[in-house]
Design a protein around this ligand. Structure first.
Ligand code: NCC
Length: 276
């Protein structure tokens, strides 16, 4: 398969990846057991039309980056899972507009999702690995993690905080495009939170800067900027097709290689600025 031009690829992403959240009118969620819990407003209505946005990966290479002020200068900032800002302002900033979390984090007790104040800022979105192109009903009966109960518990505790469930169709629409634009066969596992978050922000923002998804000169085997844990798979991928995601994002970058090398920074145009 020949690679598409960056422009064509952005059009494919815009037109084929539906960034939608589960709504009260969707399939098995249109019952009285769900109506009180799902947000009434759409994600678009909640966050509004965003200008310059930052996506902050959780990579260890953010350590000593001093990118905090630059990241905070954006209109909106997206972070992942349990990535903290407290104690790390200098390198990652303090603003959190959207936090994308995986269903494992929401489900597994040790992660303290229901009690850690880290999660109480901004709009939350949870996603769960669904079977390849399963419809919503099929996935609902067999989610990868049984996160629905904790989702409801969190909503009862924090009814004012917007908290969405990502429609699981998105991950495979995105995976298909990753596969079509890669020369090798990709393992059939969903894209990482990082890649999903980038596409979510492309749908909401005029311009998106992604930090340390493509590693800078600070590249390290330390998995996260907030932990001591070493594992190369964090940057290169094991379960998630991270290497293919990174190749795709590199191909789409409108910034300079120098920006990647010094800041780990990629510049992408939001979907509304893509002309197909
Ligand atoms: O590590 P994680 O991701 O939370 O990181 C968020 C996203 O940042 C990008 N990243 C991270 C580290 C690194 N060295 N390089 C990077 O590019 C990736 O795009 C990544 O998606 C996930 O994708 O949800 C993941 O979640 C963790 C873990 O579940 C959560 O942190 C909650 O504790 C997974 N780790 C484990 O399950 C052990 C990780 O594989 C993927």
């Amino acid at each position: 398969a020949a690679k598409l031009s960056p422009e064509k690829l952005l059009c494919e992403l815009r037109d084929r990846v539906n960034v939608t959240m589960i709504q009260g009118s969707d399939g098995p969620f249109n019952t009285s057991a769900w109506q009180p819990f799902l947000p009434r407003k759409s994600l678009n209505e909640t966050v509004g039309r965003l200008g310059r946005c930052a996506v902050v990966s959780s990579a260890g290479s953010l350590k000593s980056s001093h990118l905090g002020p630059e990241i905070d200068s954006h209109d909106a900032v997206l972070r992942f899972n349990g990535a903290p800002t407290k104690g790390f302002h200098e390198d990652v900033g303090e603003k959190t507009t959207v936090r994308l979390v995986n269903s494992q984090l929401v489900t597994v007790e040790e992660q303290q999702f229901l009690t850690d104040a880290l999660y109480n800022t901004g709009t939350l979105i949870v996603w769960d690995p669904a079977p390849y192109h399963a419809d919503v009903g099929e996935w609902y009966r067999k989610p990868d993690y049984k996160f629905f109960e904790n989702y409801k518990r969190y909503r009862i505790k924090h009814p004012e905080q917007p908290f969405y469930i990502l429609n699981p169709k998105m991950q495979w629409q995105l995976w298909d495009i990753l596969q079509e634009n890669s020369l090798e066969h990709i393992q059939p596992n969903p894209p990482s939170s990082g890649m999903l978050g980038i596409v979510i922000m492309l749908s909401l923002c005029d311009e998106v800067h992604v930090y340390e998804f493509l590693p800078s000169k600070r590249q390290t085997d330390i998995c996260h900027y907030y932990q001591k844990f070493h594992d190369r798979a964090c940057t290169m991928g094991a379960y998630h097709p991270l290497l293919f995601e990174k190749n795709l994002v590199k191909h789409l970058n409108q910034g300079t290689d120098e920006d990647i090398y010094t800041h780990g920074k990629v510049t992408l145009p939001g979907f509304r600025n893509v002309h197909c």
